[in-house]
Design a protein around this ligand. Structure first.
Ligand SMILES: [Zn+2]
Length: 233
């Protein structure tokens, strides 16, 4: 083989491999839109802390069931998912003078240690007025992206579940001290008869997990555009 032919062969091989790489890459983006993203799913409460209750129905149990479904759906889309808890336990240590604060502090440390791209806290709500229902999202401004993430989640809840709730801010300890992007998702009201039934059903829990996953994909696909627009305006 002449030097010239050898050179042509090398260039051709290089072009073919570039093409193959871009085809595979496009396939990964299409089928695994959360590929490589590190996401923490944070099932609220646990162990000694039941959260809100209705008779024997405890928020901590429903939080965990939804979180486990969310873990699976996020992983199916390529995300690396960590759970703050995957059983009925709280995260405080026997040395913590304030158990609740200790539990929340350890959740914050977990997000930081894994250098998470995102955290999603899963909770269930309660209101004295039994007629109030629907998922809602709360965010703290500590990270500039939190509001945008909250807006996307609320849009998805509105179009899929017709929630009448609105995006709110929160100043709760965990959210004002967590610097990675993330929000608190109140999946519905245990105080509302209809929603109480739904929140305990596998089908509805899966629906919530699917909606949150779709919104998460939406967030990662549009966040840069959002930042660019903000910088230009
Ligand atoms: Zn809660």
């Amino acid at each position: 083989m002449t030097k010239e032919k050898y050179k042509t062969l090398l260039v051709s091989l290089f072009v073919i491999s570039l093409f193959c790489f871009s085809v595979v890459n496009a396939k990964v983006v299409e089928e695994l839109p959360l590929f490589g993203k590190i996401i923490f799913v944070d099932a609220g409460h646990g162990g000694r802390d039941p959260g809100t209750m209705y008779g024997k129905i405890m928020e901590k149990d429903i939080n965990l069931e939804i979180s486990q479904k969310l873990q699976d759906t996020l992983m199916e889309k390529g995300a690396i998912v960590y759970m703050t808890r995957d059983s009925d336990e709280d995260l405080s240590s026997e040395w913590d003078p304030k158990k609740k604060r200790g539990d929340l502090y350890r959740r914050i440390v977990m997000f930081r240690k894994k250098q998470a791209d995102l955290y999603l806290s899963i909770h269930i709500n309660w209101h004295a007025q039994a007629g109030i229902k629907g998922p809602e999202v709360l965010y703290n401004n500590i990270n500039k992206e939190n509001k945008y993430l909250g807006e996307i989640l609320m849009d998805h809840f509105e179009s899929s579940l017709n929630t009448k709730r609105v995006l709110k801010t929160t100043d709760l300890y965990m959210y004002r001290n967590t610097t990675v992007p993330g929000v608190l998702i109140e999946c519905g009201y245990l105080s509302n008869y209809q929603e109480r039934q739904l929140l305990q059903s596998d089908t509805y829990q899966q629906k919530l997990a699917d909606i949150i996953t779709d919104a998460t994909i939406d967030f990662f696909q549009t966040r840069h555009q959002k930042i660019t627009n903000e910088n230009e305006s």
